[in-house]
Design a binder for this molecule. Structure first.
Ligand SMILES: Nc1ncnc2c1ncn2[C@@H]1O[C@H](COP(=O)(O)OP(=O)(O)OP(=O)(O)O)[C@@H](O)[C@H]1O
Length: 482
């Protein structure tokens, strides 16, 4: 059933020549299109654009070619990147200690090494001793996207449980079905050599009868289901000794989740250890964290540390959605070198873009809120396993997705709040889908000409430059990248 609905979207399954072709986009997409003519004013802003048979493709092709080159180079460099960064004290991946020195149990060490982790990251090195301390300590922790927070608290849960006790001892709350599944998969991988530790998923559709107590020691789920499970005595909250709240910033952005999380937390004993993780800490997140986590240790970043150096950010000015579509179409070759995510502000735009790209002969997957959770999970799995290379999505189910191969994030629309101001937190989450664990990545923002102030707001918020991607300063980009 799901496959059917997918197939209507992914019309063209042909291998795109663009993966090996740098310049000729008409060949890459398998059809000849009339090029877009673009003229710019002295500041490089678009002043005119029209269909023309004879000229005008150069800027787009040059941009595409440059990004293409940079992404390819990046993929080669990424192979050694983690080792280099883990030896650089300024990197969030740096650590002084080894996993052995963090005193993980031998079975967990085996799991960690089998996952290919050689050394802990900064957040793992600093948070794990606090999370494993006796007597237990509470923790509120912030670290950049993709720097190993999930791995850190998964290790803490696996270290914490007593496998002989056949009841839930660790409760982990995540804001979405997809994230709960993803966290569970990490726990399963890491805990591979701890056969007596069992995991249950407290997510919609995982129906359990009232009064039947769980025997699994670790439960990961979403706030609504977990709250029901405590009410129906499927979980005894008084026996929970470690409570983890992941992606707190995303949690409180979802209606009802904040209150449900607090209602779960209030049923726990005062002695229960509380951990809260977030990539951003706006005042509202901070107030929530203080309610949920009493007397905490705190690990926090400075604002300018929140964005990763490894993600290069660009923007292009477009006059309307058709021009944005044209830009994406021209960038398609770059999108498919590795994998890419394209973020749209609404489901309607995401659906429009997906259809337009498919009509153009491109293969893309669409992930948006109206799909069932099972359909969403299936699409994410296809994307994670590389069966889909380009994912068009909205904000709704995209945060926290961990796919190492994403080299490019495109903001088809810049994220804005209901007042039309820049939504910097969402921006950070979106671009954090690339540049995972030291890999280099690119973010390209397609900016409506009337919304240039939003880009400036985001630049000011994080204190980072977002460079205009323009045919006139292509040389600068190459230098910039070194
Ligand atoms: N010590 C390590 N060595 C190598 N790879 C690691 C290490 N820790 C985590 N990773 C990998 O890095 C990627 C990102 O880690 P993780 O998902 O834990 O980050 P995160 O901080 O939770 O991200 P987000 O903020 O987006 O939720 C994952 O693919 C994970 O397997």
């Amino acid at each position: 059933m799901f496959e059917d609905s997918w197939d209507s979207c992914a019309v063209d399954k042909q291998e795109t020549a663009s993966q090996s072709t740098e310049l000729d986009l008409s060949k890459a997409t398998g059809r000849v299109r009339s090029p877009l003519k673009i003229e710019r004013d002295i500041n490089g802003n678009l002043v005119k654009s029209q269909e023309s048979e004879d000229a005008g493709t150069k800027p787009d092709l040059a941009q595409q070619s440059l990004l293409n080159k940079l992404i390819r180079r990046t993929l080669v460099e990424n192979r050694n990147q983690v080792v280099v960064l883990q030896a650089d004290p300024t990197s969030p991946l740096y650590s002084v200690k080894s996993f052995e020195e963090l005193r993980l149990k031998p079975d967990l060490l085996r799991g960690v090494y089998q996952m290919g982790f050689n050394r802990p990251s900064k957040i793992q090195e600093s948070a794990l001793p606090m999370m494993l301390a006796e007597p237990p300590q509470n923790l509120i922790a912030q670290s950049q996207s993709g720097t190993g927070k999930t791995a850190a608290f998964s290790l803490a849960m696996l270290s914490h449980v007593n496998p002989e006790n056949k009841w839930p001892q660790c409760l982990c709350v995540a804001p979405t079905y997809e994230l709960a599944l993803q966290i569970g998969q990490v726990i399963e991988q890491m805990g591979k050599f701890c056969p007596d530790v069992k995991l249950a998923y407290g997510i919609r559709g995982n129906g359990l009868q009232r009064g039947i107590s769980l025997q699994e020691q670790i439960v990961v789920g979403t706030p609504g289901t977990l709250l029901d499970w405590t009410r129906f005595k499927i979980i005894d909250p008084k026996k929970i000794t470690l409570f983890v709240l992941d992606e707190a910033d995303v949690m409180i952005a979802t209606q009802g989740h904040r209150d449900q999380s607090i209602r779960i937390q209030r049923q726990l004993l005062k002695t229960c250890q509380m951990l809260l993780f977030s990539a951003t800490f706006e005042d509202s997140v901070w107030r929530f964290a203080e309610v949920v986590v009493p007397d905490p240790n705190i690990i926090r970043l400075k604002r300018e540390e929140e964005t990763l150096n490894t993600i290069k950010q660009f923007y292009m000015v477009c006059r309307n959605k058709e021009e944005k579509f044209e830009a994406i179409s021209n960038l398609y070759g770059c999108l498919t070198i590795a994998q890419a995510m394209i973020f749209c502000q609404t489901r309607k735009i995401a659906a429009w873009l997906c259809t337009a790209l498919v009509n153009e002969g491109h293969q893309v997957a669409l992930l948006s809120g109206e799909l069932t959770v099972e359909q969403r999970a299936a699409i994410i799995n296809r994307f994670k396993s590389g069966l889909e290379k380009v994912l068009v999505t909205t904000n709704v189910c995209s945060r926290g997705i961990d796919v190492a191969q994403i080299s490019l994030v495109v903001n088809f629309d810049l994220p804005v709040d209901i007042d039309g101001n820049a939504d910097s937190e969402t921006y950070l989450h979106r671009i954090g889908r690339t540049g995972r664990f030291g890999k280099r990545g690119f973010a390209v923002n397609l900016v409506d000409s009337g919304l240039l102030t939003i880009i400036q707001e985001i630049e000011t918020h994080f204190g980072r430059k977002i460079t205009k991607l323009d045919s006139e300063n292509l040389g600068e980009f190459e230098e910039l990248y070194h």
